[in-house]
Design a protein around this ligand. Structure first.
Ligand SMILES: [Zn+2]
Length: 431
């Protein structure tokens, strides 16, 4: 019998509002006990004093790039980056090559994850064929193959009639539609947030209304269809307010926000660093404040990384030409812990937004530390100081605005299904 004894940590389980110093025991893949004075024989012992012991973090939104763009990332490297970041499960977006719009691609991803990834991988399938926004995918067949949700992420379904049908079918399938909310006609040629900073830099702006108009439309369509709409990477005050109002009138909407939209403004673009270019773009300080308030009051349910690896040569071009996106899996914990240090989130509510709520949104197990449940557990040292160097990380790519920065807080141990997959002093251990 394999045993892991996590000793003396602050056990945080939002599912039952547990916040207390305790030991946690993992036996044969499952959580077998939470309590004080456990002294199991023959257990591998992990000292968690000063650390949080939490249900494994769940990322709703990552790009693992396999199949088709393995020079940026693959399921093995992305899975290792996730484990090193404290994640025990990652949902991966469908904009691979080929697109995950067919059960054979969903099968491939799941097969590859079983052999290559230390963490659980949940494929999100495309909502329309080829992400072209015209013809729906076979959603029932994709769900049967293991898709946990549907999204044309990276693209927006501009045809409202198609979006309506996608939402109606998703309701029959019982999975959320995850929307990348950017009205393309309003984005235009925009490459960063439209405002004083874009004017100063002489770069075309992508206005907040591009997101807000799309969110407003999709909330109304979801209300009509009675479907579960999940709004990806919310970046604007206007979208937060629209989601808050829709939730209040009973629309089934959930939403996520990224670490970068919680902590960086468009002023980060002042040096033309392409590692500050993403879609939606970094916004104003007022938008950042609204996103933080939305996360704190629960309007935004979850943190999601939008981990988007790109090769060095792709990002080493002019700002306007660079592809959108940055790495996120290995830095999410310290970056989002900023909201605990500032007093905006309690540790328990932080865990709820990084683990419990994402698991609930995807209707997957996890997000809690129940005795008898599969042991997906992370140990986080909220005070550990370290300097992030993407070259020493596990992703194949390097595109991070936090490269070279000293960060506070780090995942130190990750356990998936009872297996120790990451230890900060030993690296990724499995597979
Ligand atoms: Zn997106």
């Amino acid at each position: 019998m394999s045993r892991i004894w996590i000793r003396g940590g602050r056990v945080l389980d939002p599912a039952i509002s547990r916040d207390e110093l305790a030991d946690l025991l993992v036996e044969d893949g499952r959580i077998s006990a939470v309590g004080v004075d456990l002294a199991p024989a023959g257990a591998e012992r992990i000292d968690a004093s000063g650390c949080w012991v939490v249900p494994g973090l769940v990322d709703l939104h990552a790009h693992l790039r396999e199949p088709g763009q393995e020079y940026k990332e693959d399921i093995a490297s992305g899975g290792r980056a996730a484990a090193a970041g404290g994640f025990t499960a990652v949902a991966c977006m469908a904009n691979t090559n080929p697109v995950n719009d067919d059960p054979s691609v969903t099968d491939f991803i799941l097969d590859r994850a079983r052999t290559d990834s230390p963490v659980r991988v949940y494929p999100v399938a495309a909502a329309t064929q080829g992400l072209r926004g015209q013809v729906m995918t076979e959603m029932a067949a994709l769900a049967a193959a293991g898709a946990v949700g549907f999204s044309d992420d990276g693209q927006t379904i501009m045809d409202a009639g198609v979006m309506r049908r996608v939402l109606e079918y998703s309701r029959l399938v019982g999975a959320p539609v995850i929307v990348h909310a950017e009205d393309r006609t309003l984005v235009g040629e925009g490459v960063m947030n439209e405002g004083p900073v874009s004017t100063r830099l002489g770069l075309p702006g992508n206005p907040c209304i591009a997101e807000a108009a799309c969110v407003a439309r999709d909330l109304m369509l979801a209300e009509l269809a009675g479907a579960h709409l999940h709004v990806g990477h919310v970046s604007t005050a206007a979208a937060v307010e629209l989601i808050r109002a829709a939730r209040a009138r009973g629309v089934h909407v959930t939403a996520e926000v990224t670490p970068h939209h919680l902590t960086l403004t468009d002023e980060a673009c002042l040096g033309y660093d392409t590692n500050t270019k993403m879609a939606p773009p970094l916004r104003s300080a007022a938008d950042v404040r609204a996103c933080r308030e939305g996360l704190a009051d629960g309007t935004l349910d979850a943190v999601a990384t939008d981990h988007a690896p790109h090769a060095v040569h792709e990002k080493e071009v002019d700002f306007a030409e660079a592809p959108n996106g940055i790495l996120g899996l290995e830095t999410a914990v310290p970056v989002v812990l900023e909201l605990v240090r500032s007093g905006e989130l309690s540790p328990l509510e932080w865990v709820r937004r990084c683990s419990t709520n994402p698991a609930r949104i995807l209707k997957r197990p996890g997000g809690r530390l129940a005795v008898g449940a599969p042991a997906d557990v992370s140990v986080i040292d909220p005070e550990r100081r370290w300097t992030y160097d993407p070259a020493k990380g596990f992703s194949k790519s390097r595109n991070s605005p936090w490269a070279g920065r000293e960060l506070t807080g780090r995942a130190v141990v990750t356990i998936v299904d009872g297996r120790l997959v990451f230890h900060v002093d030993k690296g990724v251990l499995v597979p």
